[in-house]
Structures are given as structure tokens and as C-alpha cells.
Design a protein around this ligand. Structure first.
Ligand SMILES: [Zn+2]
Length: 165
């Protein structure tokens, strides 16, 4: 039995909880975004139902990955800390209907399944938490980069000001 495959509807009905650690290498789409595929994510999934009576799952994901800084192209340690609530619908048509009903809530409606792969959910959540263009707050060799000699005489305060813009 694959520990990541659950009956999502039963999981919610029985208000089950599950948690674990998953290596970044086991999440191929996430691994592709990292420098070295190192690290792991801790995840925690809680089943239940929302105020409309729809089954829902709350997922939280935490961990560290190494990305590439888009300014200096060096590795950048990034912490993922994210959580989301997903509402389960039995099929696509119901998903659209539930989506409309809950338009004011910041939740995602997905089609549930009796063989639901938690890995996809964990990976989606981690990917959503990733910055579009990761950068160090201050790159280590920003001033000594040979490609950018111009700002050498600028005062560090002016550089900081520009960074904030
Ligand atoms: Zn950098």
C-alpha cells in the first residue's frame, strides 16, 4: 500500500489526520526548481468539513529547498512555509457549482477521489509557495561582481534605497 494514496472522502468524513516527511527528490516538479534536489518537506493533512458541509482538507507544508538567486546566480536557501484549505467535490460539474457557492472564500475546490495522491497536493502547495524570481536580500558579492562595475562609487545607502524601489 502506498502511504500517500488515501480515500479523500473517507479521510474527511472520519476527520483523519496524517503527517510525514517527503524528500524533495520524490517531488519531481519541485526538484526541477531547485539547485541540488536536496532537502525535505514536512507535511500535515487534516480532514474535516466546511460550514456548507462539503468535505475539506487542510494541508500545511514546511521545509527548506535550495534555489538559484536570479541576481547573482548563486544558491539561495529558501524556506517553504505554507498552508491551504482545499474543498473536495465528487466530480468536475460539482466542483464548478461549489466554486460559485463559495466564491467569497479563499479556498480551492478540487475533484476528490477514493485513491487520492497526497503527493500531488503537497507538491502543488510547495510550488505555489515558491517565489517567481528568487533573490538574496543582499547578494554576497554584489559590489565585487566584475560585470557590474558602475555602482562602485555609489554610497551603500543609495544602493539600499534603490533596492527598496
Ligand atoms: Zn544573490
Amino acid at each position: 500500500m502506498d502511504a500517500y494514496i488515501i480515500d479523500a472522502f473517507e479521510f474527511c468524513r472520519l476527520k483523519e489526520q496524517r503527517e510525514g516527511d517527503i524528500a524533495v527528490t520524490d517531488l519531481p516538479r519541485l526538484a526541477d526548481e531547485t539547485v541540488d534536489r536536496s532537502g525535505s518537506l514536512h507535511w500535515h493533512l487534516v480532514g474535516g468539513s466546511n460550514s456548507h458541509g462539503h468535505p475539506q482538507m487542510q494541508l500545511s507544508v514546511q521545509g527548506g529547498v535550495r534555489l538559484v538567486c536570479q541576481r547573482c546566480m548563486k544558491p539561495l536557501d529558501f524556506s517553504i512555509e505554507s498552508s491551504a484549505v482545499v474543498v473536495l467535490a465528487p466530480d468536475e460539474a460539482s466542483a464548478d457549482a461549489i466554486d460559485e457557492q463559495m466564491a467569497e472564500d479563499a479556498v480551492e475546490v478540487i475533484v476528490g477521489s477514493t485513491s487520492f495522491d497526497i503527493r500531488q497536493l503537497i507538491e502543488d502547495e510547495a510550488l505555489l509557495a515558491m517565489p517567481l524570481s528568487p533573490r538574496h536580500a543582499v547578494c554576497q558579492d554584489q559590489v565585487s561582481l566584475p560585470a557590474e562595475p558602475a555602482p562602485e562609487k555609489e554610497s551603500p545607502y543609495a544602493v539600499l534605497k534603490n533596492l527598496k524601489k
